[in-house]
Each structure stands twice: as structure tokens, then as C-alpha cells.
Design a binder for this molecule. Structure first.
Ligand code: PLP
Length: 384
């Protein structure tokens, strides 16, 4: 098979080889239901709780508990369905949230809850002035993503959370940390949040295992009711093998975090430099220099269709995305439009997202990217 350069790691990542063995062994020797009363099941429950503890420790979340879920989408839904809200109370979210937050929040409007979107600055971060205006005593729940899956913009969650609590000390503050966890240093105590979402398959663990961290004292209703697993917050027989693999990937990435950031940053800047040195007429780097994740590079080529560019690159074995994979079939782009980009830039936007565990031939990737853009620019000129 032709070599594939996978540059869509914000959509999902490859499971480490070691994890297949870890999961095989868990499923073979520890397949028992953790809720059963016999010794082998009690041991499986211990293994599950050990994985929970490991992840909690990496989160700096000893002042709370980790609830395993099946996906970050489920964790985010649990937040909006689980937090006790009264009619006329308000929710604040940023306009750039992933649909798993954006749609979960706006769905509550049918119940009389007021949902307000906070504007973005042109660097993709939440506009603090708009946040300050909208953050009143009526706001019961705030949800702001830590790192944007589309632009890599990193929000100052600590500052936003501190401000929210200074206005209403009872406000519940949630952050979707899917693109931050194990890629940025995160610490629940220092961020000050009440709820934090993480997802296994974004950090080289398998799909089907994610979590919601819940600070002690925060009261939630369950999304799934039944046997009362996960401290009553998520009934279903637990995915123990998935949890063990999730804990393995968490510890590995956490240990290698600094080194990994350097690796992906190098790939990102090398590609960017090649673009800057090229003959491409109009190109824009959407990520800001600062407050930006090294794992995500969001760029746009004026008047070129991102989708056509993506298809051309795929022919050379280079896989990129035109924004979030979940929303790639929808027209427009809520986040980029909120950052003030006009349509000629929005349609030309593509996202390259990296993994420190992939080998990239930067020269090959950059050359094919530049050639494809130049070809599309020349097609455009001929049409005029
Ligand atoms: N939140 C963010 C920021 C994401 O990037 C994604 C996936 O792209 C999700 C939530 C949904 O994650 P999952 O696929 O685990 O449901």
C-alpha cells in the first residue's frame, strides 16, 4: 500500500500496538463483570479503579472523581442533561464549541433555558470582554472549550473560571478538554473548573472510552440510568479493557508531553516556513502565534476550495481535513465566521493536525501541498 501521511489527528488517532496486547489480556483474563460479587470480579473492579486513579492523577483531579463514558460526546451531553437548571437560568458557551457542546446547550432552549454564545476574537480565543458582559448572576452553567478542535486556539480557562465564580460563586464551570488533555499541561485544581471532558481516541487510546471529571460536591443527574455503575452517573457494564488502554495512553503521553510538543511544533513550523517561501499568492495562517496548540495548524488559501485541496492531497497519500471531521459535511464554518473571516477565506480553510507518534516527511508533504495550491490557483486564473 502507498504510504499514508496522516495529518488528521484531531479527528482521531492510531491506537498504540502495546494497547492491543493490554486489551487482549484484559479481555481474556479479566473479562468478568466488575459488578459481580466473586473474587475475580472484585479484581476486575480494582483494575478499573486503578485506571481511573491513574487518569485522575494526570488531570491533577484528586479533588474529584472520574466517570468513564463511551465518548466525549456522551460526556458533554451528560453535562447539559445532568446539571440542575431552572427555567430562566442562563447557560454561556462560546460560539466556537464543538457540536457536542453547542447542540447539547442549544437543545435546552426548548425548555425555557436561555443560552448565550460568547464571541471569539480574531485569534480564535473567547472574547473576554463579551464574556464579562454576559456573565451575570443568572448564569448557572458555563461551558468553554480548552483548545479549539478547529483552530487550535487555547482559551485561558483559569481566568474565565475565576471571573465566572467572582460573579456567581455557585456557577458550574465545564470545559471540553478533548484537544488539550495530554497535549497541554492540565491541572484541575489550578484551572478551578467543576467539570472537564476528555476522550480516549484523541490520545491514541481506542474509541468507546472517554470520561467526565466531576469535582467533589458537584451534583449531576445521570444521562443513562440502570444498574447504577460509575457512582450512579453512567449505568452500563464498564469497558474495562478500554479504560486500561486509556490509562496506559494517558500515562505515556503525559510522560512524553514536553518532548511531543517539541516534535509536533517542529513539523508545524517547517511546513509553515515552506508555505511562506512558496509562490502561493494568498495564504493565511489562521492560528495565532500565541495561545495556540502546536498540534493543530489551521490555514486558508484564498478562493480555493478546501475540499478540492483535500481531495488532491489524498491522491498523494496525504490526509488532511477541512475543519472538524464531525462537521465537514456542513456548509460554512461557525468558528471561522465568528473569527471574522469572510467566505473567500472560510471555503479555503484546511486543518492539519499532528501526532508525535507519526513519522512525517515534511519535504514531501509541504511540496505536495504547495504544488496542489499552485495548481488550483492557476485553474482559477484560467477561469477568470
Ligand atoms: N469535543 C471536541 C473538542 C472534539 O474535538 C471532539 C471530536 O472531534 C469531540 C468533543 C467529540 O469527541 P468524541 O468523538 O469522543 O465523541
Amino acid at each position: 500500500m502507498e504510504k499514508i501521511y496522516y495529518l488528521d489527528n484531531a479527528a482521531t488517532t492510531k491506537v498504540f500496538d502495546e494497547e492491543f496486547e493490554i486489551m487482549r489480556s484484559q479481555n481474556e483474563n479479566g473479562f468478568y463483570n466488575p459488578s459481580s460479587a466473586y473474587k475475580v470480579s472484585i479484581d476486575v473492579k480494582k483494575t478499573l479503579d486503578k485506571s481511573r486513579e491513574k487518569i485522575c492523577r494526570v488531570l491533577g483531579g484528586q479533588n474529584g472523581k472520574l466517570i468513564f463514558t463511551s465518548s466525549a460526546t456522551e460526556s458533554n451531553n451528560l453535562v447539559f442533561e445532568g446539571v440542575h437548571l431552572k427555567k430562566t437560568q442562563e447557560i454561556l458557551i462560546s460560539v466556537g464549541e464543538h457540536p457536542a457542546v453547542y447542540n447539547s446547550a442549544h437543545r435546552l432552549e426548548k425548555q425555557g433555558i436561555i443560552v448565550k454564545d460568547i464571541a471569539l476574537q480574531n485569534n480564535g480565543c473567547v472574547d473576554f470582554e463579551d464574556f464579562k458582559r454576559k456573565m451575570t448572576k443568572d448564569v448557572a452553567l458555563v461551558s468553554i472549550m480548552h483548545v479549539s478542535n478547529e483552530t487550535g486556539a487555547v482559551n485561558d480557562i483559569k481566568k474565565l473560571c475565576e471571573f465566572a465564580k467572582s460573579v456567581n460563586r455557585n456557577v458550574i464551570f465545564h470545559s471540553d478538554g478533548v484537544q488539550a488533555f495530554c497535549k497541554e499541561k492540565v491541572d484541575m485544581k489550578s484551572l478551578g473548573v467543576d467539570l472537564y471532558t476528555i476522550s480516549g481516541h484523541k490520545i491514541h487510546a481506542p474509541r468507546g472510552i472517554s470520561a467526565l471529571w466531576v469535582k467533589n460536591g458537584v451534583v449531576l443527574d445521570a444521562l443513562l440510568v440502570g444498574g447504577g455503575q460509575e457512582q450512579g452517573l453512567r449505568s452500563s457494564t464498564e469497558n474495562v479493557a478500554g479504560a486500561v488502554a486509556f490509562a496506559y495512553a494517558t500515562c505515556k503521553l503525559n510522560e512524553e508531553l514536553d518532548e511531543n510538543q517539541k516534535k509536533v511544533n517542529k513539523v508545524k513550523s517547517e511546513i509553515l516556513n515552506k508555505l511562506k517561501q512558496s509562490k502561493i499568492a494568498e495564504f493565511m495562517k489562521i492560528n495565532a502565534e500565541e495561545n495556540s496548540s502546536p498540534y493543530i495548524m489551521s490555514i486558508s488559501f484564498k478562493n480555493i476550495k478546501g475540499e478540492v485541496l483535500m481531495n488532491l492531497l489524498e491522491m498523494s497519500g496525504i490526509l488532511i481535513s477541512t475543519g472538524s471531521a464531525c462537521s465537514s459535511k456542513k456548509a460554512g464554518n461557525r468558528t471561522l465566521e465568528a473569527m471574522g473571516l469572510d467566505n473567500s477565506w472560510v471555503i479555503g480553510s484546511v486543518r492539519l493536525s499532528f501526532s508525535a507518534y507519526e513519522n512525517y516527511d515534511v519535504d514531501y508533504i509541504a511540496q505536495h501541498l504547495v504544488d496542489a495550491v499552485l495548481r488550483l490557483e492557476s485553474n482559477n486564473k484560467q477561469k477568470r
